[in-house]
Design a protein around this ligand. Structure first.
Ligand SMILES: *[C@@H]1O[C@H](CO)[C@@H](O)[C@H](O)[C@H]1NC(C)=O
Ligand SMILES: *[C@@H]1O[C@H](CO)[C@@H](O)[C@H](O)[C@H]1NC(C)=O
Length: 437
């Protein structure tokens, strides 16, 4: 089943980029935005199918949480075990270790990314100062990483880059507890920033990070928003989250005009960072950004862009990434097993396990659960008569996401959050969620 395309996020740098550039022009790649599909009855999760007792699940710490909740719904333990396997994460970690150790070679994608950064900067520098040297900058690509990073400009960035990457690696893997820390991790930096903007006051003296936002709108980019006239409703939320590189100008009546937070994947920043008109600030330099890291090399984009972004530029916590990955994979495995009647172990053949990824939209929704008292979701869905994106003419494409699985998840969020794996075990209380069509 063809799903509308989102932004592709893969841990496999080269093949992913090549693949995506083969599939569409570079320009189109800039407009990859998350959308979703309407809640599809086909994917509805029937209670009867959740029959298995969570055998492995209820060992360790989860036992307490499960016992504490009044009637722990049954989870399928074998699906949970499969859902916890995450080859994309392993790949990303290996790349990051290389980055921290500085052990990548001229053949590695990481190196190529460094080279392209250097070319980008030196290119413009050279062109301004010495237009005749334009050709020379090409030779940088044949440079070796050691020499590359010895240039003063790169030398400044590299230690910072390693620090950020090391910190990310240190933060470990799967901890559902991260849900209860999202106010601190996400809302607090935004509050500090906004307090400083408002009054120039010493932000540390404010009540930053206390409590949650009353209401949040997560706005996807689906064409179903056109003629929805939701603009007013969307802008009325305390926090308006938009995805990837949505455009609001000209669409205000249907999509609203405020953007309090942009949720993007690192491919978007990576591409934006290299475009003179976007340069690191897809929504302008004053709109806070959170992004998840698709590839180790994108820490370079983060480090460079963070220096010039005037609002917080945050990277999602790796524990949060793993949590989202596990939820989506669980729903995808389940949908696969139920839809095909095949053993869930064969899921790997139907999906490229290394490339498989949750969408930005899904992660934005989960983030909103952690920082908002009420969550409204707009522009997630598709219909035969709606455009793929409200603001582009992009055609729907095959994707690395399983949108139907994500929709089954949203449906549970809105209707029966107590059955959602991972969230359920963490003891996290899901706030009310409304899906707007
Ligand atoms: C778990 O789900 C799979 C796939 O839907 C199913 O084949 C299996 O029987 C389930 N296990 C239990 C214990 O219900
Ligand atoms: C990003 O930039 C801000 C402001 O310059 C700085 O305080 C922060 O430490 C930087 N973040 C990282 C992870 O380097």
């Amino acid at each position: 089943m063809n799903q509308p395309d989102g932004q592709h996020c893969s841990a496999d740098l080269v093949s992913q980029m090549k693949h995506s550039l083969r599939l569409r022009s570079g320009v189109v790649a800039l407009f990859l935005v998350a959308v979703g599909t309407i809640l599809c009855c086909r994917t509805a999760v029937r209670r009867a199918d959740l029959a298995g007792r969570p055998l492995q699940l209820l060992d360790e710490a989860e036992t307490a949480a499960a016992a504490a909740s009044s009637s722990p719904p049954p989870l399928n333990a074998s699906l949970m075990r499969l859902a916890s396997v995450d080859p994309g994460d392993e790949l990303l970690r290996r790349e990051l270790e290389q980055l921290v150790e500085g052990s990548f070679t001229g053949r590695d994608p990481l190196y190529r990314s460094f080279a392209s950064w250097r070319r980008f900067h030196h290119h413009s520098e050279h062109e301004e100062l010495h237009p005749e040297r334009r050709m020379q900058s090409k030779s940088v690509l044949r440079d070796i990483p050691g020499r590359l990073l010895r240039s003063p400009r790169d030398y400044r960035v590299f230690p910072e880059l390693r620090r950020v990457a090391r910190d990310w690696l240190r933060r470990g893997r799967f901890h559902p507890d991260v849900m209860s820390q999202l106010v601190d991790l996400v809302k607090r930096p935004l509050d500090l920033h906004n307090a400083a903007l408002r009054s120039g006051e010493d932000p540390s003296s404010s009540t930053a990070g206390a409590g949650r936002y009353g209401s949040c709108a997560v706005v996807g980019n689906s064409g179903i928003l056109l003629n929805s006239e939701h603009g007013h409703l969307i802008d009325g939320h305390d926090l308006v989250i938009r995805l990837n590189n949505a455009r609001t100008r000209g669409f205000e009546r249907n999509v609203g005009s405020r953007t309090s937070l942009a949720f993007i994947n690192s491919n978007i920043l990576h591409l934006c960072a290299r475009r003179e008109t976007c340069f690191c600030h897809p929504y302008g330099e004053h709109v806070p950004i959170i992004m998840y890291i698709c590839q180790a090399a994108h820490f370079l984009d983060f480090t460079v862009c963070n220096a010039s972004h005037k609002a917080p530029l945050l990277v999602t916590d790796p524990r949060f990434d793993r949590l989202c990955a596990r939820i989506v994979k669980y729903y995808s495995l389940k949908r696969f097993a139920e839809g095909t009647g095949k053993p869930p172990e064969e899921w790997d053949n139907a999906h490229d396990a290394k490339m498989f990824h949750y969408s930005s939209g899904m992660q934005a929704v989960v983030a909103a659960l952690g920082i908002c008292d009420r969550v409204s979701v707009f522009g997630f869905g598709k219909s035969p008569e709606a455009k793929h994106h409200y603001h582009t003419n992009q055609k729907a494409e095959l994707s690395l996401h399983d949108y139907d699985a994500e929709y089954a998840f949203y449906r549970d969020l809105a209707e029966r959050p107590q059955v959602i794996p991972v969230l359920m075990e963490s003891g996290f209380r899901v706030p009310p969620v409304v899906m707007y069509q």
